[in-house]
Design a protein around this ligand. Structure first.
Ligand code: XIL
Length: 298
């Protein structure tokens, strides 16, 4: 193929980008998005602080706009993210215990119900594991409601939208390490007890090196019976950027249950990583060496 989406589709995969809906009026941005990508993830618009600004009052303006754009242009949508310790509305940040648990599960139910039938995969829970060597859960207001908050969220999401794949998503899981192993053990436990989980997202916010066991890590999760996806890929600029992009792409293509790759933005100027120039298109919309490396690896 001559585009990311066409080449990925030839291999039965999607190629996606995180989108800020405010940029859909920028013709250069939307031109690249529509020609190269066939999946979108809302960069912020489906997060808790955006969708439930006041408790029980839901607003879906940005998310609905992105879903409309996706449907009009043959793109699938990754929903992101139902529960996360960050970007919670202030009212939720101040809650705890049963009240927070009930509010969180209601949030999952309401948002997943609103978008029912329109989402390919939901990041049901984002970034719930701790960095470092513990392999355990991250401390958060949600975690303090009880260790079973993650499975409760997945069960609520399944009930609300039975057609969406349900993913756990995290970062610093780019090789076999304590954090990724903690997640691996949770997924294995969920599968053994029938807790609904379909996929694991590997954010893949990368620096100037890539773990040598990146592919092996994806494969061990796939071997548990879940799909894997590269969900927020960006790579620090430097001499190795194109190589790392190529290696990540080859790793996904080598794992049959790796169903797609999403970069966390379109142009360097759109990236949350600012001066890292971490994406596939430069600030003028030109294809970078990293783009060619990905295209050749698909
Ligand atoms: C980032 C967005 O790109 C920024 O616009 C926002 O200010 C903060 O969040 N991991 C995630 C994403 O799961 O939701 C984050 O997105 C980047 C890190």
């Amino acid at each position: 193929g001559t585009t990311l989406k066409a080449s990925a589709a030839e291999k039965g995969r999607y190629f996606g980008a995180a989108v800020a809906t405010g940029k859909l009026s920028n013709s250069q941005y939307v031109g690249i998005l529509n020609s190269e990508f066939n999946s979108v993830t809302p960069e912020n618009e489906m997060k808790w602080d955006a969708t439930e600004r006041s408790q029980g009052q839901f607003s879906y303006t940005g998310g609905d706009r992105l879903v409309s754009h996706a449907q009009a242009n043959g793109m699938s949508v990754r929903g992101h993210a139902l529960l996360w310790h960050a970007q919670q509305p202030p009212w939720a940040q101040g809650m705890s215990g049963t009240a927070l648990r009930n509010a969180a599960i209601n949030h999952v139910t309401q948002v997943a119900t609103h978008f029912r039938g329109k989402i390919y995969a939901w990041d049901v829970v984002n970034e719930a594991f701790a960095d470092g060597g513990s392999g355990g859960r991250r401390d958060s207001n949600l975690q303090r409601t009880g260790n079973d908050w993650i499975e409760a969220a997945f069960r609520a999401a399944r009930a609300a939208d039975p057609g969406a794949k349900l993913c756990y998503n995290d970062y610093n899981t780019d090789g076999i390490n304590a954090k990724s192993t903690g997640i691996y053990n949770m997924v294995r436990d969920f599968k053994s007890r029938g807790v609904p989980i379909d996929c694991v997202g590997f954010q893949s916010h990368l620096g100037t090196t890539l773990a040598g066991d990146y592919q092996a890590n994806l494969q061990r999760f796939a071997d548990l019976g879940v799909d894997v996806q590269i969900t927020e890929l960006d790579v620090m600029t430097g001499s190795n950027q194109a190589n790392i992009y190529g290696s990540v792409t080859r790793a996904c293509m080598a794992v049959s249950r790796c169903t797609g790759i999403t970069t966390w933005g379109v142009r360097d100027s759109d990236s949350w990583r600012g001066s890292d120039n971490a994406l596939l298109f430069d600030g003028s919309g030109n294809k970078k060496a990293a783009y060619t490396s990905v295209l050749n690896a698909l």
